[in-house]
Design a protein around this ligand. Sequence first.
Ligand code: HEM
Length: 452
Amino acid sequence: WGNPKCNGKLPPGSMGLPIIGESIQYFSPYTEFDTPTFIKERTKRYGSLFRTSLVGKPIVVSTDPEINHYIFQQEGRYFQCYYTESFTKILGDQNSMLAYHGVFHKYLKNLILKLTGRENLKGKLIHEMDVNTCRCLHSWTSHESVNVKEAIAEMIFEYSAKHLFGYVDKEGLKKLKENYIAFSDGLISFPLNVPGTAYHACMQGRKNTIKVIKNVFKERKSSPVQHYDFLDHLLEEVKKKETFLSEEIAVDLVFLLLFATYETLSTTVTLATKFIADHPLVLAELTKEQEAILRRRGNEESEITWEEYRSMTFTHMVINETVRLGNIAPMILRKVTKDVELKGYTVPSGWLVMVSTLSTHLDPTMHEDPLSFNPWRWEGQELHAGSKNFMAFGGGVRLCVGAEFAKLQTAIFIHHLVTKYRWEITGGGDTIRRPSVTFPKGLYIQMSTKTR
Ligand code: HEM
């Protein structure tokens, strides 16, 4: 167990205990934005590439930005996208786009771009996001205090359900959302499908949600009415004679996207709110930029345009800094498909590699004083693409397909928040990583309308 077979020299490290390996140490929750002790201690002892074993799998962890970049670029050659067993099962197993590689993966990604691609964002979603965000923020002023994470998650969920599969039934949405709440816990649990376990609750939630999506799909097939949503595109594809897209894959694609938007985006917006509140100079600079947009626009009541969104340079710097320091996806897994040499060591075929994106984002040689929230560090840098020092949205062919969607929604939220409201944090705001960032006590703010 401790000395696995290898046709070369394995990276240094310890495989821990049989079966559980070093899982307990890895999954211990921690509260800081800093590098977890697990990675810190091992990097100090073994260097930027070390071996370990987590949830029964032999893994090589890379904290080296060059190697991380290389791993993304070699997708399909030495490495293949990999998610844990529980994650894969919950997100659709063989029907999930996450299980597809090569041309099929490319085909599914292009389908998703019908929803999250620039054309749809620019032509349709920007308007809807603007109206929804305005309405949502306005409603917060009538409450003594609002839990940002919950309220934003609700807004995004409703809005995504509408655009993905035209689902607008209020009661149904409430029930559907409850299913998703159990997900974050189940995703990192052992895949033990027994009543009472987090995994079981998660699988039940999946079953209920899939049933709802399937029903809508069935209704749509029998009625020729256009709804102008993502499901319309999927139906069109499914009907084609020579198509790879089956009904099961289409349903799981809707399920995956509903999950991807809900969880990541609500965390990003909540983190941005927290960071802005904690840094008055950032709030002042954002307000200056966004108020200048209002002045240029003339009519303050008209909606945000795509050109305005693209011109929000400082806002984009704040968003990049939020996802850099927040590390919403702190690591990404890949499966090694044939023996590969990394830094003079051999990683055997069948092993996993963990790209520690968090380590790249907190590397002081890449980002000076990495633990400080400093949007100005992005001045003069490319803001809209991934790079060797910025991989919050992944890299290579698996680069996040919802990145622009997420940035647009966050920018619109910031625009309205800083131009229309005064607000302060009244409770919560502490974060715990498990290893993704969570707000166990939410983030509460009190808001009132700004008088001009
Ligand atoms: C700030 C918010 C977000 C962050 C930080 C984020 C991060 C990521 C990362 C790191 C990956 C790469 C995973 C890998 O290489 O294995 C990824 C993939 C993906 N993301 Fe996002 N994401 C965000 C928002 C979204 C949104 C809003 C959507 C949907 C509209 C979305 C849909 C997806 C999908 C479908 C993939 C799989 C892409 C593929 O396998 O080719 N993400 N995301």
